[in-house]
Design a protein around this ligand. Structure first.
Ligand code: CTP
Ligand code: MG
Length: 230
């Protein structure tokens, strides 16, 4: 049997949200955002969940989320690191040997179990894939003075979300190589595979409700979207 593991990232501080409690623990309709995120994975075909939390936040997370809602697939809770990529690496090491991993932002609570299952199917075929949606606005590339230097063809642009799904061997190799380089500059996991290994990554079409809760106004949107997640 091929083992599949989800790494859910919840070790960020939520600086742009600016709340006292980190954004993944903000309650919407009486439950922390992280509850909704984990619930989607619990109800999917994934075998195990590894939760990456902030330093000394393990007990808080158990009391307020995993034990409180009796999630059964969370096999380990580990501490993350300074940057998102440090947290991912801690999650990958904790996952140990498995066939496929799905890396997901804990701050994206509006995904449906169906999307997770779709990614599990796709990754078996493609080895590396990410979920995303077409860009709706025109995107401009600017220089340091704010002058527009390029307008890429919108039909080629996708907003990239998570889950990002990989063969375990591929993603661990990519991350191990990343930490041997200087001046790390990566903003998602696919980029680690693209730049470190030059391997192909494929886009899987998702949906616009899978937003990342980042700034305060996102909380209004997420409250609405959570009503319609199926
Ligand atoms: N994350 C993490 N470890 C970090 C940084 C981020 O696990 N060192 C997680 C966050 O908890 C979040 C996801 O990665 O679920 C996406 O990151 P982001 O939206 O940037 O969250 P924060 O870093 O918490 O927010 P901010 O950048 O505003 O501080
Ligand atoms: Mg951040």
């Amino acid at each position: 049997m091929k083992k599949t593991v989800a790494i859910i990232l919840a070790a960020g501080k939520g600086t742009r949200m600016g709340t006292k409690v980190a954004k993944q623990y903000i309650e919407v309709d009486g439950k922390p955002l992280l509850y909704y995120t984990i619930k989607a994975f619990e109800e999917s075909a994934i075998d195990e969940i590894i939760l990456v939390v902030g330093k000394d936040e393990g007990t808080y997370c158990k009391e307020n989320v995993t034990e409180r809602y009796e999630f059964t697939k969370v096999s380990r809770i580990v501490e993350g690191g300074k940057e998102r990529y440090n947290s991912v690496y801690e999650g990958l090491k904790a996952a140990g040997i498995c066939s496929y991993v799905l890396i997901h932002d804990g701050a994206r609570p509006c995904l449906a179990p169906d999307l997770i299952n779709k990614m599990l199917k796709e990754v078996c075929l493609k080895k590396a894939c990410v979920v995303g949606v077409p860009v709706k606005d025109t995107i401009k590339v600017i220089d340091a003075d704010g002058q527009v230097v390029d307008t890429p063809d919108r039909s080629t642009l996708m907003i990239t979300q998570t889950p990002q799904a990989f063969e375990y061997d591929l993603i661990i190799r990519a991350y191990e190589k990343l930490f041997t380089t200087k001046d790390i500059n990566v903003t998602d996991d696919a980029m680690v595979v693209e730049t470190m290994l030059k391997e192909k990554v494929f886009m899987v079409k998702g949906n616009y409700q899978n937003i990342k809760v980042t700034t305060p106004e996102d909380l209004f949107i997420v409250k609405q979207f959570l009503k319609y997640v199926e």
